[in-house]
Design a binder for this molecule. Structure first.
Ligand SMILES: [Zn+2]
Length: 352
């Protein structure tokens, strides 16, 4: 099969579109024919290398897949107790959180606290990620593709959808009428965050860079949009919230935006963070944290159950995919360059 493989860290030039052996499903796994795969910033972190995270070479990146089940392992299928309902021909999407499924954390629905937790297509390998024609995954990691989406649309959603859902719904517990400051407002996470806020009756305040992105955020239903290329984010938040500050701040940028995030958060507010694309060493002035009694919340991916809930909202038409461009699989490098240059609105998708 064809796949996009790399064997060392570096720029887009380390990516090679090449032939590798077809994968074989283990007894508990399914073999999926990839119809479309999503692009995520994790793919770029794996390619560049991230301090403290081991990338297994040769590496095929890609944590979002929509496709058709072509084979199932010997323990999958059937209707008996404990069997997985997945069968050949099913149209599926992938939940990329791998875990042991038997420990206390897994059996309490908190698989992200499992000692064996891994993000598939990011921390797995060799040669096991979505940027290929065929993939194998545990049968428990697939869910039905929402029937109202194309494969390209479905592949654009799971990782950002479940991450944003857990951040806002489970961790920050957004409420109707609350102001939510959203960094990267029309990035992959941002377009999900805006729509989740709208679904729960909260008021999204996306931050974007440039007039074209302002229009996109408005199209998604954001009444207030801050253009950081021409406006002061803190001043605009004070104005929109009548000097109160944002009830919730949606962070994944880190070092560069953190001081503004902390200052823009209301007294008693919540900041939820799932990443740090501009750097990990953010400064917090503790005097403000205790005086304002603010809450800092970490969040990492989500459970399969959270993805299932979010996908029901997608199937009901409350949350829509936002695709910037669909590329042939061989052009992963070109697509990653666009993402690194922040030239993408919503998501990029690859088709084998
Ligand atoms: Zn476990």
């Amino acid at each position: 099969m064809k796949a996009v493989v790399f064997e060392e860290h570096g720029g887009p030039d380390v990516l090679s579109y090449t032939d590798i052996p077809d994968p074989e499903p283990k007894p508990f796994e399914v073999l999926i024919e990839v119809r479309a795969a999503g692009a995520n910033f994790n793919d770029i972190w794996a390619r560049r290398g991230m301090p403290g995270m081991k990338v297994i070479f040769p590496h095929v990146a890609g944590s979002d897949v929509a496709g058709v089940v072509r084979a199932v392992g010997s323990d999958v299928g059937g209707t008996g107790f404990g069997s997985s309902p997945v069968k050949v021909g099913d149209e599926v999407v992938v939940h990329p959180g791998l875990s042991c499924r038997t420990c206390e954390m897994c059996t309490s629905g908190q698989e992200f606290f499992c000692r064996q937790f891994l993000i598939w297509g990011f921390q797995t390998g060799p040669n096991n990620g979505g940027h290929s024609e065929l993939v194998t995954l545990p049968a428990v990691n697939v869910l039905p593709k929402p029937s109202n989406l194309t494969f390209e649309e479905a592949a654009s959603m799971p990782l950002v959808l479940e991450t944003a859902w857990r951040m806002l719904v489970t961790r920050a517990r957004i409420q109707a009428g609350e102001h939510v400051l959203i960094w990267g407002g029309v990035g992959g996470l941002g377009v999900m965050a805006i729509q989740i806020c709208r679904l729960f009756g909260a008021i999204p305040i996306p931050v974007v860079g440039g007039a074209g992105k302002v229009a996109k955020a408005q199209e998604l239903g954001a009444e207030h949009v801050i253009d950081r290329s021409s406006e002061d984010v803190g001043a605009r938040v004070r104005e929109i919230t009548r000097k109160v500050g944002a009830d919730v701040v949606f962070e994944h940028s880190g070092q560069d935006t953190w001081p503004t995030s902390m200052a823009a958060m209301r007294w008693g507010g919540r900041l939820v963070v799932c990443g740090a694309s501009t750097g990990f060493e953010a400064l917090t002035d503790l005097r403000f944290l205790w005086n304002k009694q603010q809450n800092l919340l970490g969040s990492h991916l989500a459970s399969k159950a959270e993805l299932a809930a979010a996908l029901r909202a997608v199937e009901a038409g409350h949350i829509k995919p936002v695709i910037d461009h669909v590329f042939p699989l061989r052009e992963v490098g070109k697509a990653q360059q666009l993402m690194e240059d922040l030239k993408v609105q919503g998501k990029l998708v690859y088709v084998p």
